[in-house]
Design a protein around this ligand. Structure first.
Ligand SMILES: [Zn+2]
Length: 110
Protein backbone atom coordinates (compact mmCIF):
# COMPACT_ATOMS: atom_id res chain seq x y z
CA UNK A 1 0.00 0.00 0.00
CA UNK A 2 1.40 3.36 -1.00
CA UNK A 3 1.67 5.90 1.76
CA UNK A 4 -0.80 8.07 -0.14
CA UNK A 5 -3.55 5.50 -0.41
CA UNK A 6 -3.92 5.53 3.34
CA UNK A 7 -5.90 8.08 5.38
CA UNK A 8 -4.23 11.32 6.19
CA UNK A 9 -4.02 15.08 5.96
CA UNK A 10 -2.72 16.68 2.78
CA UNK A 11 -1.77 20.17 1.61
CA UNK A 12 -2.45 21.37 -1.92
CA UNK A 13 -0.44 24.30 -3.26
CA UNK A 14 -1.93 26.41 -6.10
CA UNK A 15 0.64 27.36 -8.74
CA UNK A 16 -1.12 30.77 -8.91
CA UNK A 17 -3.10 32.25 -6.00
CA UNK A 18 -6.88 32.17 -6.36
CA UNK A 19 -8.37 35.28 -4.75
CA UNK A 20 -6.34 35.26 -1.53
CA UNK A 21 -5.97 31.50 -1.38
CA UNK A 22 -2.89 29.58 -2.36
CA UNK A 23 -3.37 26.42 -0.32
CA UNK A 24 -5.99 23.88 0.53
CA UNK A 25 -5.58 21.73 3.60
CA UNK A 26 -7.77 18.67 3.86
CA UNK A 27 -8.22 15.20 5.23
CA UNK A 28 -9.09 12.15 3.16
CA UNK A 29 -9.51 8.43 3.71
CA UNK A 30 -7.46 7.93 0.54
CA UNK A 31 -5.30 10.92 -0.23
CA UNK A 32 -4.59 10.11 -3.87
CA UNK A 33 -8.26 9.53 -4.66
CA UNK A 34 -9.20 12.85 -3.09
CA UNK A 35 -6.48 14.70 -4.96
CA UNK A 36 -7.81 13.34 -8.25
CA UNK A 37 -11.25 14.61 -7.23
CA UNK A 38 -9.76 18.03 -6.51
CA UNK A 39 -8.07 18.04 -9.92
CA UNK A 40 -11.37 17.26 -11.62
CA UNK A 41 -13.27 19.89 -9.64
CA UNK A 42 -15.32 17.50 -7.53
CA UNK A 43 -13.86 17.83 -4.07
CA UNK A 44 -14.43 21.40 -2.84
CA UNK A 45 -15.84 24.72 -4.08
CA UNK A 46 -12.47 26.45 -3.65
CA UNK A 47 -10.44 23.97 -5.63
CA UNK A 48 -13.21 23.71 -8.25
CA UNK A 49 -13.10 27.48 -8.74
CA UNK A 50 -9.31 27.40 -8.88
CA UNK A 51 -9.33 24.64 -11.50
CA UNK A 52 -11.89 26.59 -13.56
CA UNK A 53 -9.49 29.53 -13.46
CA UNK A 54 -6.78 27.29 -14.92
CA UNK A 55 -4.79 27.00 -11.71
CA UNK A 56 -2.67 23.89 -11.23
CA UNK A 57 -3.04 22.10 -7.91
CA UNK A 58 0.15 20.56 -6.57
CA UNK A 59 0.19 18.02 -3.76
CA UNK A 60 2.81 19.78 -1.65
CA UNK A 61 2.82 17.74 1.52
CA UNK A 62 1.06 14.86 3.25
CA UNK A 63 0.82 13.63 6.80
CA UNK A 64 -0.07 9.96 6.26
CA UNK A 65 -1.86 8.21 9.07
CA UNK A 66 -3.14 11.41 10.69
CA UNK A 67 -6.78 12.17 11.40
CA UNK A 68 -9.31 15.01 11.43
CA UNK A 69 -8.02 16.28 14.75
CA UNK A 70 -4.66 16.76 13.15
CA UNK A 71 -6.30 18.55 10.22
CA UNK A 72 -8.09 20.93 12.62
CA UNK A 73 -4.88 21.52 14.53
CA UNK A 74 -3.07 22.54 11.36
CA UNK A 75 -6.06 24.63 10.21
CA UNK A 76 -6.06 26.48 13.50
CA UNK A 77 -2.49 27.60 12.92
CA UNK A 78 -3.75 29.65 9.94
CA UNK A 79 -0.34 29.40 8.41
CA UNK A 80 -0.42 26.96 5.52
CA UNK A 81 2.43 28.80 3.85
CA UNK A 82 4.79 27.85 6.65
CA UNK A 83 3.76 24.20 6.28
CA UNK A 84 4.27 24.22 2.52
CA UNK A 85 7.66 23.04 1.22
CA UNK A 86 7.05 24.90 -2.05
CA UNK A 87 6.58 28.24 -0.24
CA UNK A 88 8.92 27.59 2.66
CA UNK A 89 12.18 25.81 1.93
CA UNK A 90 12.89 23.12 4.50
CA UNK A 91 9.26 23.14 5.70
CA UNK A 92 9.60 19.37 5.96
CA UNK A 93 12.30 19.73 8.54
CA UNK A 94 10.36 22.14 10.74
CA UNK A 95 9.29 20.41 13.91
CA UNK A 96 5.64 19.44 13.93
CA UNK A 97 3.79 18.13 16.89
CA UNK A 98 2.83 14.50 16.91
CA UNK A 99 -0.61 13.75 15.48
CA UNK A 100 -3.47 13.31 17.84
CA UNK A 101 -4.80 9.87 18.50
CA UNK A 102 -8.54 9.49 18.19
CA UNK A 103 -10.00 10.08 21.63
CA UNK A 104 -11.92 7.26 23.21
CA UNK A 105 -15.54 7.34 22.14
CA UNK A 106 -14.89 9.62 19.19
CA UNK A 107 -17.33 9.15 16.33
CA UNK A 108 -16.62 10.70 12.98
CA UNK A 109 -19.22 13.47 12.43
CA UNK A 110 -18.68 13.64 8.66
ZN1 LIG B 1 2.74 26.72 -0.96
Amino acid sequence: MSRHTQPGVYLLHFDTPYAHAQHYLGYADKITHRVVRHQTGQASPLTRAARKAGIVLILARTWPGTNRYWERKLHNQHNNRRLCPICTPHAHTQPTQKPYKMPKGYTDPF
